[in-house]
Design a protein. Sequence first.
Length: 119
Amino acid sequence: MTKKMFDNVKVRSTVAQQDVALEDRFDKADSILLKAPEPASAPAPTLRKTSVIRDTFSMPPDDYARIEELRIIANKEGRSSTSKSEVVRAGLQALGLLNSQQLVEALNRLEKLVPGRKS
């Protein structure tokens, strides 16, 4: 092929059209692959080390048993060794996704406990 064949206006036009089409496909792929996470999705876990605060609190036996049930479910779904702390923290994340009215309704459904007392 000679240089004159590539100087043809039709060839240059076709190449330009293909460049535009290719760029459009890449833009569409980027918009799908690089899309920001949905606002309702949970934040990605952080890998940095953070300090922790140890605390104790009281809960009815049924709630304590529910933590163990949730740990078992996570284990059956392929997540190994979920701690009680992780279950509670995930619950806090889920509560954080509620609007203020839904949060108050969820809190109102809880059994009232006398702090620091065993029943």
